[in-house]
Design a protein around this ligand. Structure first.
Ligand SMILES: Nc1ncnc2c1ncn2[C@@H]1O[C@H](COP(=O)(O)OP(=O)(O)O)[C@@H](O)[C@H]1O
Ligand SMILES: [Mg+2]
Length: 253
């Protein structure tokens, strides 16, 4: 079984990195072998594991010809770190056409070792994100129920469709879920209704509520299940992970 999933939303601060950490941890706790790829030049994922931003990032693996050298985080979780230099890599890519599908090329030889490859995308629909979509089977979108959030959805759908029509016919938006949800706010419920209009049954039933423990856990170098297994954040991400596992019959290949 193998699923390559981009966690993407071109808006920053919606919970992408938090989701990669905690979905990754939840999957690992269910015995899945997980590779996390930090593709954001801000390197938040890398830093939240207590690692310094590193030269062993994905573009370096490509340009040095060494291939990917994942760092072991713990049982069942490996990481490809990021570096601020990924920004320079993105610039270079613009001028170098033959590097078209390099993320996909790099993942190929090692992906059989993992059940899940989760890519933490940068907050843009720039080249790095396009490369991630080109290398992915699925895109999963965390959405903060903000008034402007819905406006961006049409754009990301368009970009995924473009990649599907050109370089990767497999890729699809397999799921979306709501983050930082507060059911008492009417706006949040309204935005959720709009999201369901766009994505129908691809909207996961579980919602990630606002939970301060999710913001605290990385400062302790822990995922939410280690930090406080009884908090709302652990419960909510646990349910999201279960729904993603339930999709294996359809998406695992
Ligand atoms: N459900 C949540 N409740 C409270 N704080 C959250 C939640 N999800 C994420 N955060 C916090 O919000 C900020 C942005 O989240 P992050 O995962 O870094 O977003 P992104 O990767 O999309 O930029 C971080 O400080 C994070 O700790
Ligand atoms: Mg992030």
């Amino acid at each position: 079984m193998n699923r390559v999933i981009s966690i993407s939303n071109h808006k920053g601060g919606v919970g992408k990195t938090t989701s990669v950490v905690n979905i990754g941890a939840g999957l690992a706790n269910h015995g899945r072998k997980v590779l996390l790829i930090d593709l954001d030049p801000q390197a938040n994922l890398t830093i939240s594991y207590g690692l310094a931003e590193s030269e062993k990032h994905i573009y370096d693996a490509y340009s040095s010809g060494n291939g990917l050298e994942p760092v072991s985080i713990r049982d069942n979780i490996d990481l490809i770190p990021a570096s601020y230099n990924l920004t320079a890599a993105e610039m270079k890519l613009k001028t170098d056409v033959k590097e078209e599908n390099y993320i996909s090329t790099l993942i190929q030889p090692i992906k059989e070792k993992y059940d899940y490859v989760l890519i933490d995308c940068p907050p843009s629909l720039g080249l790095l994100t396009l490369k991630a979509f080109a290398a992915s089977d699925e895109v999963i979108i965390p959405i903060q129920p903000h008034f402007l959030a819905v406006k961006g959805l049409a754009k990301i759908i368009e970009v995924v469709n473009e990649i599907k029509a050109t370089v990767n016919k497999k890729v699809e938006i397999s799921a979306v879920f709501v983050t930082m949800f507060d059911r008492r706010r009417i706006l949040h419920q309204d935005v959720l209704d709009t999201i369901i209009m766009y994505f129908d049954d691809r909207v996961l039933r579980a919602k990630i509520r606002n939970n301060i423990a999710l913001a605290e856990a990385p400062t302790a170098g822990q995922d939410i299940f280690e930090y406080d297994s009884t908090c709302n954040g652990a419960y909510d991400y646990g349910r999201i992970v279960q729904e993603i596992i339930d999709m294996e019959a359809k998406f695992g290949n």
